[in-house]
Design a protein around this ligand. Structure first.
Ligand code: FAD
Length: 303
């Protein structure tokens, strides 16, 4: 049953008609609980509130299915304006970007020009840029682009998904790169990814422990308190340095746990999406946790 719900919401997340319509309709279904408005101003307000509570942030200007250069170029300009705002407002915040938003599906060289412009601006202000990992169809291209970028920039990293069989090997190649470790949000074939949740969770813990014993910074991105507790114990047992890692969660999820971890002295970073292209992001969140439907029902009936 859980798999049926997951497939249903992932199917919706890929529906281009609904994605386009939702941009025009604006937020509904309670999406505003998980997306910090549509403007740079609205997201900055959310960042300042979290910073004031000892939580740093990473910002995602939402955007999916970018298939023409005008749209990709507009996205790049908005991201650069966002970097300028982060600098001017002096907030504790970095950036997350998706390469398809910068034109990876249009032309790899064109995407490379765009991401270099973004990294140049970020470099100028000393801001780190994390390249989000999308579905497996974009995986190798993303790692190829990262390896070229790493020759010229050290303020860039990416995401590795523990549902992929190859995750461990890829992390070996990325030992000196700042990485966000996640379980993986897309529907992938059993040829490349573990189909069952237990195996994905186990691999997440194994990979997180390997990273924690290494030297590069790791963002441990999960809402799973069992895993978080296990990793906290591992850090304590091995006398590891809290400055080598942070926990990350998505905006609007488990706010109490986010604050608790920050209060306990761990580095904590909230991933904040904003913008009007919210539909695909929101449907993937429902795919992960259909219980979030409760929030929708409450939103529809009680507001
Ligand atoms: P799950 O495996 O969904 O849940 C595990 C357990 O945690 C649940 O059984 C429950 O006990 C508890 N739990 C989870 N959520 C809640 C909740 N809301 N309330 C109460 N209990 C809860 N995926 C990508 O593919 N690419 C990316 O670039 C990417 N970036 C991400 C960035 C961040 C900061 C985060 C947090 C996730 C990102 N993801 C990304 C999504 C990720 O891959 C997972 O799909 C998502 O995080 C769900 O897995 P989970 O470990 O958080 O929890």
């Amino acid at each position: 049953m859980a798999n049926v719900a997951r497939d249903f919401f992932i199917g919706l997340s890929n529906n281009q008609f609904l994605n386009t319509r939702a941009k025009k309709w604006g937020f509904f279904l309670g999406a505003d609980k998980f997306v910090a408005g549509t403007t740079i101003q609205s997201v900055m307000k959310a960042v300042k509130e979290l910073n004031a509570r000892g939580i740093s942030c990473t910002l995602d200007n939402l955007g999916e299915f970018v298939s023409d250069k005008t749209e990709a170029s507009q996205a790049k300009d908005k991201i650069i304006t966002l970097l300028e705002a982060i600098h001017q407002e002096n907030v504790d915040c970095h950036l997350s970007v998706k390469l398809t938003q910068l034109g990876m599906d249009i032309d790899q060289n064109y995407c490379m020009v765009n991401i270099r412009e973004v990294l140049d601006a970020a470099n100028k202000y000393g801001i780190f840029v994390n390249i989000d990992m999308e579905d497996y169809a974009h995986y190798e291209q993303t790692l190829d682009i990262l390896s070229v970028l790493r020759r010229d920039y050290d303020n860039v990293g990416t995401v590795i998904q523990s549902y992929l069989f190859r995750a461990e090997d890829d992390l070996q190649d990325l030992q000196d790169v700042r990485i966000r470790l996640v379980k993986g949000a897309y529907k992938e074939s059993a040829e490349v990814a573990y189909p069952d949740k237990q195996a994905i969770d186990r691999n997440f813990v194994t990979l997180a422990k390997q990273r924690l014993l290494g030297s590069a910074f790791t963002s441990i991105a999960t809402h799973d308190h069992h895993i978080i507790d296990e990793l906290k114990a591992f850090v304590a047992e091995n006398h590891l340095d809290n400055d080598q890692f942070e926990f990350q969660m998505l905006y609007g999820f488990r706010n109490d746990l986010q604050q608790k971890l920050a209060n306990e002295g761990y580095h904590f970073c909230t991933y904040i999406p904003f913008g009007d292209d919210w539909f695909g992001y929101f449907m993937r969140r429902l795919a992960e946790r259909p219980q979030n439907m409760n929030l929708i029902v409450k939103d529809v009936f009680y507001t």
